[in-house]
Design a protein around this ligand. Structure first.
Ligand SMILES: *[C@@H]1O[C@H](CO)[C@@H](O)[C@H](O)[C@H]1NC(C)=O
Ligand SMILES: *[C@@H]1O[C@H](CO)[C@@H](O)[C@H](O)[C@H]1NC(C)=O
Length: 154
């Protein structure tokens, strides 16, 4: 019995948590607005069909392996103004349709590893904003960027 009560409470917490993100539908696009929720990690329980995800103004410090893998239709990902200082190599694995990525105002060490490893799965990335991070050790002249990239704000 206590187990059941615990389970019910957990489920209630879970659904409340998932619903804190505001989910909006524009035509056939589903957008999750998870801004300003004091999140420490990428939330679970979001619709897998989302094409936009905004995690700005939270307290995320690390992007774990495969953090976005279920969101195969995501085209826009914004994580401005968090504390991101660590991105696991395969964190963006599976984001084959991502065109827009913004991570400005974080604690990233912008080095060639970001481009050579972390951003590599983003085969359709067009716009990248990584302004206002720490420590740029990237030789921008000699860097080989993702071929589809049209705008880089650095
Ligand atoms: C992604 O979009 C395609 C085509 O619109 C759809 O068939 C598929 O179910 C979507 N995937 C998810 C995870 O919603
Ligand atoms: C900045 O980059 C250099 C060279 O990679 C490294 O030695 C240094 O520790 C970095 N500083 C910070 C604050 O990450």
């Amino acid at each position: 019995m206590p187990t059941l009560i615990y389970l019910i409470i957990s489920l209630i917490n879970f659904s409340v948590f998932a619903h804190k993100c505001r989910i909006a539908r524009h035509g056939d696009q589903t957008i999750a607005d998870c801004t300003r929720l004091k999140l420490n990690f990428v939330p679970t329980g979001l619709p897998l069909s989302i094409s936009g995800l905004d995690l700005s103004y939270n307290q995320i410090s690390k992007l774990e392996n495969n953090a976005f893998e279920s969101f195969s239709n995501l085209t826009t990902l914004t994580m401005d103004s968090n504390n991101i200082d660590t991105i696991d190599g395969p964190a963006f694995k599976g984001l084959k349709r991502l065109r827009w990525l913004s991570m400005k105002h974080n604690q990233l060490n912008i080095c060639s590893t970001i481009f050579d490893i972390v951003l590599k799965p983003l085969l359709h990335l067009q716009h990248l904003d990584i302004r206002y991070n720490i420590n740029k050790t990237l030789d921008i002249q000699n860097q080989r960027f993702i071929p589809t990239l049209e705008t880089i704000l650095f």
